[in-house]
Design a binder for this molecule. Structure first.
Ligand code: EPU
Length: 428
């Protein structure tokens, strides 16, 4: 087991290139199951979620090649192998195997997904969608059993705007008979990316990126080549870091329109941010103004950037309120930031950050992926050495983090933990 060590407090400068989007990758890879011939996805990030999904496709008989961030999946030999346990538990997005396998084989057995603990994360809307398409869905000892004689298009109104449910229903519906309409669909860029891949595979989808998606089912889908979109959350993480410590940081390979809510908030704080075609330049300011943020579905402020943004707010003058309307309990990073001298109170779904505070290096633990990103940013802002444990969370979503940070002039390295440290960690 390793920990991350950060010698913080120094300005950062240079260019960082953003990788392919994790939350697209974890849906695009299962989507390949729906084709009858090989699908290639270019630009995948180097993250453990991609490796785990590769292993899962191989378990069901897929032939998968992954090198230089490009994956080719030959799905022709796949079978509907039950996956009640094992790797499916390691990531939340294994739920996309439900939609994809149901769509292709009309049956699937998938263990309930794992992933970050952000409070309750039900999948009732996914199930409602599968049932509307004609599947019977049962939960037996922690695994979801899905079966359908035939899938038929349906009109499905989502009671909660959900990225996962929107994509999962699309996956199940593209090979169903007739038309499916998803109303109150999520509009995140990752949904458009998945719809683009499926369309290139021969699916007929209209309206992805709006709140009504229409899908006309087809009998079969074929292979194609697809380039993934850049990761707006990874980009946002480096932009926030640039806002906190940047003496001129250029974040390359971004779609600036995906980050408008973040750019607006940073400008309000007094950070210099300039968006180009596919790059964003950011420079910190000596004084930053406090701002309030409220996370919302896209295009609102993303919940996945709430935790990293909280670290930045510790430098702002005054009191900032951070409210998460998507995950009311996504505040596990706060106790760790307090160890680093931050002045933050949690009240219900909100955190109130009082600043400015000079963070101090400390030993902290990442409890989930974006909490990890928040602590890395805090470590780079802090005076002294910060040690971050719980790297397995960070490795799920940040491609080549150490190399990218050091490329900006940071001093960050991984170090093996002693047996005693591993033992201590288990007991916390
Ligand atoms: N919800 C339900 N029922 C459902 C589905 C969702 O009540 O059937 C609720 C959730 O509990 C939550 C809200 O709806 O309060 C939004 O959940 P959503 O389904 O949109 O989340 P998700 O698809 O499970 C994806 C990302 C998350 C990101 C959220 C919100 C993936 C694999 N994960 O999760 O990413 O926070 O959308 O944008 O795409 C991350 O990258 O760190 C991460 C957690």
């Amino acid at each position: 087991m390793e920990k991350l060590k950060i010698a913080g407090g120094y300005p950062l400068k240079g260019t960082v290139r953003v990788s392919g989007a994790k939350n697209s990758a974890v849906a695009l890879i299962p989507a390949t199951i729906l084709a009858d011939s090989p699908v290639t996805i270019e630009g995948l990030p180097d993250i453990s979620d991609v490796e785990i999904l590769k292993g899962l496709l191989e378990e069901i008989g897929g032939q998968v090649k992954l090198s230089d961030n490009e994956m080719t999946v030959n799905p022709s030999g796949m079978i509907s192998m039950p996956l009640p346990n094992g790797k499916v538990k390691k990531l939340r997005a294994s739920y996309y195997l439900m939609g994809a396998m149901l769509g292709r084989f009309k049956k699937a057995v998938i263990g309930l997904p794992g992933g970050c603990h952000l409070g309750p994360r039900p999948i009732d809307q996914h199930i409602k969608g599968f049932e509307a398409l004609g599947a019977s869905v049962t939960n037996e000892q922690g695994a979801i059993y899905l079966r359908a004689e035939e899938l038929r298009g349906a009109r499905i109104y989502l009671d909660v705007v959900s990225v996962g449910a929107t994509i999962n229903i699309m996956l199940a519906a593209v090979r169903a008979k007739g038309r499916t309409v998803i109303e109150n669909a999520a509009k995140e860029p990752e949904i458009i990316d998945v719809a683009t891949l499926l369309t290139n595979m021969g699916a007929r989808i209209k309206g992805a990126g709006t709140d009504v998606i229409r899908i006309d089912g087809v009998d079969s889908l074929h292979g194609c080549r697809h380039t993934i979109i850049p990761d707006r959350i990874e980009a946002g993480t480096y932009i926030i870091l640039g806002a906190a410590m940047g003496d001129g940081v250029l974040v390359d390979n971004v779609i600036p329109q995906h980050l408008e809510s973040l750019i607006a908030k940073l400008s309000e704080m007094g950070v210099y941010v300039e968006a180009g075609d596919d790059q964003i330049f950011v420079r910190s300011a000596s004084r930053l103004k406090a701002v309030d943020i409220k996370t919302l579905v896209y295009p609102g402020f993303p919940t996945d950037l709430q935790q990293p943004f909280t670290s930045l707010l510790t430098r702002a003058e005054g009191s900032s309120m951070v409210t998460d309307t998507i995950y009311g309990a996504r505040f596990k990073h706060i106790d760790e930031l307090r160890r680093m001298n931050a002045n933050i109170k949690v009240e219900g779904r909100s955190a109130i950050v009082s600043g400015p505070i000079q963070l101090q290096g400390a030993k902290v633990k990442a409890s989930d992926l974006r909490a990890g990103a928040a602590l890395v940013i805090a470590g780079l802002m802090a005076e002294g050495i910060t040690e971050v444990t719980g790297l397995e969370h960070i490795d799920r979503g940040y491609s080549n983090l150490v190399e990218k940070l050091n490329g900006l002039g940071a001093t960050v390295w991984r170090e093996a933990m002693t047996e005693e440290e591993v033992e201590q960690l288990k007991n916390t």
